[in-house]
Design a protein around this ligand. Structure first.
Ligand code: BG6
Length: 478
């Protein structure tokens, strides 16, 4: 505890969600089908996220959690009122591309979709809550996947530029914090959810993924350019799924392996923040015989349009080794493959819990980019139990957050410029990796289960009042 808060006066405490995990109303208001609308729960989900899909239509009799989600589309006023009650300074959400351009290719945008987000932003601004908007959070209009193979195709750059220019123009007086692609590095790990990528037989996966990455990176730079032109007083950032890879031992082979692993992710941010392909990426392309097609002018676009801040999610650290025996206990519980770290515990879903890792990651990103940082996701996915009197005592969640806030404060004391913190899923939402409702992050409980049963009623958990007083004291009462 501290006598004086270390958090800046205008620190953006809040929460973060993504359209497809909360809105539901998947075909209402003129919305088109989006990639996530094709993801069921259960064991069928993972192979599709990896890019193996047999149809672009929802199947009869299969339950798709995004179709109704927690019905934020109809409940946003009540939900935002609860966020305001907690004293949120900011709220991160994403716009569903297919609400604005249902197929991705319309001449003119869908007014009903535009109006929906206008209403949401007005509601936030009514309470003085700053909207922080991701232009693309794990969703691509399905039509673009079918017709072009999504980000495999250069055509996506133009369509994405048109979409982002449309939303910058429309919301220029309401939204001052933007982010281009959520967890852009997820493209390498879960290509379908990350970027709508599916694979054809015989395709070289790395070639496909890095070509798609180039298209997203150029798209991201063009969005930065457009945002700066259209909203000169806005800040636009990138978004990294962060968390360091530790070497399992001090064997230099392990240390190098860990560094090499982290570069798979830094690659994206190095381009978005430093404005050019790093040397190690060029070497990787050569070593793997990859031929990334670039157009004349791409390099200049990347160079001229770097991001204003580094947004990142932090849930876990990872660990790697070169020792085959150690590697035997590698799991992908963290989505990213990892050897389990003997010093740390994991969540019920196998995600390593490492509060100090947040301080390490924040310092590392600060050293590397020298730009403001925004922690736009963090939290504990856990099973909650509603007692008979309706109370939910989620002390494990409070404990997780508390430990992370202490390390965030340490990072600020280290001189790292952190401008805000939005915890993931301040209200329970559909899990991105599993499609479950059972994996809850919220301060607010939602009565809905993995099969879609429940009243959708909202209940405050114990952590609700706890987070409220953290914000009220600007982090003094952690
Ligand atoms: C991040 C995503 O990967 O982690 C979110 O940006 C996601 O969309 C979050 O929900 C937590 O993951 P999960 O699988 O527990 O929902």
């Amino acid at each position: 505890s501290y006598n004086k808060t270390v958090f800046p006066e205008d620190f953006l405490w809040g929460g973060a969600i993504a359209a497809n995990q909360v809105e539901g109303a998947y075909l209402e208001g003129g919305k088109g089908l989006t990639t996530v609308d094709l993801l069921p729960t259960g064991k069928e989900r993972f192979p599709i996220m990896l890019g193996n899909i047999d149809t672009f239509k929802p199947k009869e009799g299969v339950y798709y959690p995004s179709h109704q989600a927690i019905d934020f589309y109809h409940n946003y006023k009540e939900d935002i009122a609860l966020f305001a009650e907690m004293g949120f300074k900011s709220f991160r959400l994403s716009i569903a591309w297919s609400r604005i351009f249902p197929t991705g290719e319309e001449e003119t945008p869908n007014e009903e979709g535009l109006q929906f987000y206008d209403d949401v932003f007005d509601e936030l601004l009514k309470y003085g809550i700053e909207p922080v908007v991701t232009t693309c959070h794990f969703d691509v209009p399905v039509h673009l996947v079918e017709k072009y193979g999504s980000w495999k195709s250069r055509t996506m750059v133009e369509l994405y530029e048109k979409y982002t220019r449309t939303i910058f123009e429309r919301y220029k007086n309401k939204v001052k914090y933007w982010m281009t692609f959520n967890e852009i590095n997820m493209l390498l790990h879960l290509p379908f959810i990350g970027a709508g990528i599916t694979f054809n037989e015989g395709e070289d996966k790395n070639q496909v993924l890095y070509q798609a990455a180039h298209h997203q990176l150029v798209g991201s730079a063009l969005a930065v350019k457009a945002c700066h032109e259209i909203i000169p007083d806005a800040k636009i950032g990138c978004m990294l799924a962060a968390g360091m890879t530790y070497p399992y031992s001090c064997n230099p082979e392990d240390v190098w392996a860990a560094m090499d692993k982290d570069r798979e992710s830094f690659f994206f941010i190095d381009v978005q923040s430093r404005g050019e392909y790093p040397g190690y990426a060029k070497r990787f392309f050569e070593d793997h015989n990859l031929n990334i097609k670039m157009e004349l002018g791409d390099e200049q676009i990347l160079k001229d349009n770097t991001v204003d801040y580094i947004g990142f999610s932090y849930y876990a650290s990872r660990c790697t080794s070169t020792d085959p025996e150690v590697l035997e206990n590698q799991t992908d519980g963290n989505v990213f493959a990892s050897v389990s770290n003997p010093y740390l515990k994991a969540s019920e879903w196998g995600w390593t819990i490492d509060p100090k890792g947040l301080r390490i990651t924040a310092n590392q990103l600060h050293d590397r980019y020298q730009k403001p940082l925004f922690i736009v996701e963090n939290g504990l996915g856990a099973v909650d139990v509603v007692k008979e009197d309706g109370s939910i005592e989620d002390d494990y969640r409070i404990d997780y957050l508390k430990q992370h806030f202490i390390e965030m404060a340490e990072a600020i004391k280290d001189g790292v410029n952190i401008i805000g913190y939005t915890s993931w899923g301040p209200i329970d939402i559909v899990s991105a990796s599993t499609g479950e409702m059972k994996k809850r992050y919220g301060y607010i409980y939602v009565d809905r289960d993995n099969e879609g049963n429940g009243t959708l009623k909202r209940l405050k958990k114990k952590s609700f009042d706890w987070y409220k007083q953290v914000i009220q004291t600007n982090g003094l009462n952690i």
